[in-house]
Ligand binder design. Structure first.
Ligand code: HEM
Length: 470
């Protein structure tokens, strides 16, 4: 009898020798493999693998036949250049489906997802940035205007609070932000509370936290629908993300449903809120641990702003040292410490074969401390990104705080402008003193920020006296 079925091995493209899987890192527990270590000490685990095997090795994690860590600029290039036909993000982000909605973002078919993500490009186009920048400045002044002359704040909390205001304003417009921001905040936190490991494996269990998550999503959908209808009835056009989605069409001419608009707004909110909030906090911590940088950044503020306190988009763009400082905070403490993809089509890299069904991973938090890429990698040294050293440009995809390739973060400019607006204000108006003995990453959170409490004492600085020179 002739065999007509094809085994997986036969279906693979031929190569000259036997196919080797990346070497397995020893250790781990029966059944749980390396998952416990990955949960509590992820960076030590990844570093141990890299020290032993270099840019590619395997880990044992439940639920996948093999998980492969890829690190270093060349391996990142391979990782980020794999196409959506070769790898899938759907599996990885499936815990977000109850929040974004069925058929929205990563739950959509790849072609539809591509179209939906492209709507964000429109919302983030150059002409809109001026409006967003003005919003960042106004929100920042209002938020810190409420602080007294001296007090103690939690930097983690402050960052997340402020960025919820800036985000809701850019997404849904100024009037919504003032009318509804406390309800929006509550709904957002209830959805967020439904994000945990269980949601990854069984997002529809009848648990109270999942019920609250679903009720909050429904209510937010109603709020968005009400704004959409009001704008349409009154012929109002705004400069925000919602307006872009209201005006957008798929290639087949269909407009977006209100549910799709809600889901995509939430996708942006979840992508941009904590990531920016956490980076705000780390920037503050690192600058105050390296106070010589505060002096240099204040000189830059004086140079760029002169006697005026008016912050325009152009002025924010001129703050190059501040940009390098934020970038350095993102290098040392990237909020997304690991990115994952499920392999659909097996591929070769570095003499190894990665089979279908494998999970591949890359970790900015580990890779950003590779000494061959970043000199003296544990030091806070924003000058590494300056024109004389250009450590990131010399090693394309060595710095991956915003990911890379076709799914590289779309909010890079938005996030950087926002962080510059906030820190420009703080540098000019406040002195800080750090109060915790140590500030360390909290790996209990999906988006990794400094562990709480994360307190600092602030003191309002005397306003600059502007002396007119004859
Ligand atoms: C400091 C702040 C931020 C950091 C560190 C950050 C980081 C990232 C990273 C690492 C990815 C890629 C994830 C992956 O490949 O699995 C990503 C994707 C994305 N980010 Fe950001 N992000 C930030 C802020 C923002 C903001 C403010 C927005 C929107 C205004 C945004 C919108 C997006 C979107 C839409 C994607 C998905 C792109 C795609 O899948 O094609 N991000 N971000």
């Amino acid at each position: 009898m002739t065999a007509t079925t094809t085994t997986r091995d036969e279906a693979r493209p031929r190569t000259s020798g036997p196919r080797k899987l990346p070497p397995m890192l020893p250790g781990g527990l029966p059944l749980l493999g390396h998952s416990v270590e990955m949960r509590y000490r992820p960076i030590d685990l990844f570093q141990r693998g890299r020290d032993r095997f270099g840019e590619m090795f395997s880990l044992k994690l439940p639920g996948t036949p093999v998980s492969v860590m890829m690190s270093g600029p060349k391996a990142h290039q391979k990782f980020f250049r794999l196409t959506d036909e070769e790898i899938s993000m759907r599996e990885v982000y499936k815990l977000m489906t109850p929040i974004f909605g069925k058929g929205i973002a990563y739950d959509a078919e790849p072609e539809i997802m591509k179209e939906q993500l492209a709507f964000f490009h429109d919302a983030l186009r150059e002409t809109r940035l001026k409006t967003y920048a003005a919003g960042f400045v106004e929100e920042t002044e209002e938020y810190f205007g409420k602080w007294g002359d001296e007090g103690v704040v939690d930097l983690y909390q402050a960052g997340n609070e402020l960025t919820i205001y800036t985000s809701s304003r850019s997404l849904l417009g100024r009037s919504f932000r003032y009318k509804l921001s406390s309800e929006f905040q509550r709904l957002y936190y209830e959805m967020e509370a439904g994000l945990n490991l269980l949601a990854f494996f069984a997002p529809d269990l009848p648990l109270p936290s999942f019920r609250r998550r679903d009720a909050a999503r429904k209510r937010l959908g109603e709020l968005v629908s009400a704004i959409v209808r009001e704008r349409r009835e009154k012929g109002i056009g705004e400069e925000d993300f919602l307006q872009t989605l209201m005006d957008a069409h798929y290639k087949d001419g269909r407009g977006l449903t209100e549910d799709e608009m809600t889901g995509l707004l939430l996708a942006i909110m979840f992508a941009g809120h904590h990531t920016s909030g956490v980076t705000f906090a780390w920037t503050g911590i690192l600058l105050n641990q390296n106070p010589q940088w505060i002096g240099r950044l204040r000189e830059e503020q004086d140079r760029v702003l002169g006697d005026s306190d008016e912050l325009s988009l152009e002025k924010l763009r001129g703050m190059n040292l501040l940009e390098c400082a934020v970038k350095e905070a993102l290098r040392l403490y990237p909020p997304i410490i690991v990115m994952m993809r499920k392999v659909l089509k097996g591929f070769e890299y570095g003499g190894y074969y990665v089979p279908p069904e494998a999970m591949i991973m890359t970790s900015p938090a580990m890779a950003h401390r590779i000494p061959e890429v970043f000199a003296d990698p544990n030091r806070f040294d924003p000058e590494r990104f300056g024109p004389e050293r250009d450590e990131d440009k010399k090693n394309p995809m060595g710095w991956i705080s915003f990911g890379g390739g076709r799914h590289r973060c779309m909010g890079i400019v938005f996030a950087q402008l926002q962080l510059r607006a906030v820190w420009s204000h703080l540098l000019r108006n406040f002195d800080f003193e750090l109060l915790e003995p140590r500030y360390e990453p909290d790996y209990n959170r999906m988006l990794v920020g400094p562990r709480m409490p994360c307190r600092a004492r602030y003191r309002r600085r005397k306003r600059r006296v502007v002396v007119a020179v004859a």
